[in-house]
Design a protein around this ligand. Sequence first.
Ligand code: PLP
Length: 403
Amino acid sequence: MAQSLANSVFEEDKQFIAPLYGKANIEFVRGEGSYLFDKNGKKYLDFVAGIAVNALGHQNAAIKKAVEEQMDSFFHISNLYPNYPQVNLAKALLAATGFDKAFFCNSGTEANEGCIKFARKYFDRKGEKNRQKIVTFINSFHGRTFAALSATGQPAIREGFGSMPGDFVHVPWNDVAALKAEVNNDTCAIMLESLAAEGGVMTVSDEMVAAINSLKKEFGCLVIVDEVQAGMGRLGTFLGLQKHGIDADLVSLAKALGGGLPLGAVLLRQKVADQLKAGDHGTTFGGNPVACAVGLAVVNQIAKPEFLANVEARSAQLKAGLEAIAAKFPAVKGVRGEGLILGLALDETLPVGNVIAAARDEGMMVLSAKGNVLRLLPPLNVSAAECDEALTKLDAAFAAATK
Ligand SMILES: *Cc1c(COP(=O)(O)O)cnc(C)c1O
């Protein structure tokens, strides 16, 4: 057995954990609300939120209560037996979204695999076996398992993994003409994020939404919306597609849904659910009762109009402050995003990593997106005072990084 010779978590991580991430040289020991604390007692404003997972911040009281209550009955019983944690969460999700059925899994990539499999099975059962093709977008991100990876429009992260599931094509984001050229009577589905988050915090255009909705009518294909990052209130509506009026048949959710526990979901229209049968798809852990109990606590908070109103108000506050930063520092090309996925596009003179490091020195955690974009993902219950603090810290970080 390997023996640790190291005494810090950084060295032991290198020794024992597979080298798949570029990790920060920082050891967090506690989170509370919108803040994280490191081993030296330094306090950080957390605008990463576990990559859009901790929508209610750290140590949320309703989440803790839900975990404790469910732990007193059972942790896991399998999907062979109906149970109220799943049913109650499904009812809350369907009420908040207008969808008809829910399928639970463990992660975002699994939710997207589910969407893709259900879309293909839908047409297969209807006898339209020609409908295989799934049209997605360049720079999209749908996950790391094979079909979700094949859907992801980033060749660099597919490289070296051999053959991919076929019949995925990628067109440029918001390019209506390119989309129209690819959709026809062999199309199974158009698949998109309601905001392309990893790809550079790129908002969907009204023209593209109109094109998707009309292509769906014209050719009878399905529409899959990946709401893994932009759903669950992050755009200021419960689902991003509600804000943009995207006519979806299948929706994937994960990240914020489990309040920090692994939980994903697919929401289905009745016509798709009607083509599925027992045994078509499954998962051992999907819909874990503890995760679902937490999910209900999360959905109950996020679905409240006053909660979503706070997302919009904090978004406006942050955007105004980010516009001021963009005006002050020439290396900032512009402000991107909506709701509480916001970005600052930087020019080539200022690598985003330098700003992330400077922000960390100021006591603030932020992350990047593709194309030298600084990405902000605060908890959705962030306060006005915390947003003011964030803007002050970012201003100082830009001053330090461009000095
Ligand atoms: C994070 C993410 C995924 C993948 O989710 P995992 O839980 O990491 O599998 C898929 N789609 C989008 C839009 C995401 O942001």
